[in-house]
Design a protein around this ligand. Structure first.
Ligand SMILES: [Fe+2]
Ligand SMILES: [Fe+2]
Length: 174
């Protein structure tokens, strides 16, 4: 059933129309595997933060940010355009939702990076760490919610579409 096209969805389908071929199975699997790597780096950052090891905590968070930005870019340029072209996507897994969530995740990431960069050793640092941990708890919740939906909808459906022997997936029309 054709529905009104959200601007983010139109953008994805526009990219898809210019792309050939579909992402490979190993590309999809490699992007999916990055979720665990990202979680591990963020955990390492938080362990350094609660240990008041600010130099390490900042380095880990900056590494996390670099990887997350790259991860999002690959999803938006390669995976989501191919996913958006598949037929019968679930409402909860609409491709435009993933794009909207990416923008919220990037805003949250900028906020916690700014918070981390403003912390320095000395009086008041413990208070600043607690405030940053509160922000990070909200950020983690947003990111986990997003990742769970990608793991439920985006990766399995795309994997099925690009796996060897997959029947020609029916496609939506732009
Ligand atoms: Fe994502
Ligand atoms: Fe992801």
């Amino acid at each position: 059933m054709q529905r009104a096209c959200h601007p983010a969805l139109a953008h994805l389908l526009h990219i898809r129309a210019k792309m050939e071929p579909l992402p490979s199975l190993s590309e999809v699997q490699s992007v999916a595997a990055e979720h665990a790597v990202l979680r591990a780096i963020f955990q390492q950052h938080q362990e350094a933060l609660v240990g008041l090891l600010f130099v390490h905590a900042l380095a880990d968070l900056e590494e996390f940010a670099r990887r997350l930005h790259r991860h999002i870019r690959i999803e938006e340029l390669t995976l989501l355009p191919a996913y958006a072209a598949l037929a019968d996507l679930p409402r909860t897994g609409a491709p435009e939702f993933f794009i909207q969530e990416h923008r919220k995740i990037e805003e949250g990431l900028d906020d916690i990076l700014n918070g981390m960069r403003s912390i320095s050793p000395g009086p008041g640092s413990s208070r600043a760490v607690v405030a940053l941990m509160d922000k990070e708890t909200r950020f983690k919740s947003l990111l986990e919610h997003h990742e769970v939906r990608e793991e439920q909808d985006l990766f399995p459906r795309l994997t099925a579409a690009v796996s060897p022997g997959a029947s020609n997936p029916s496609r939506r029309t732009a």
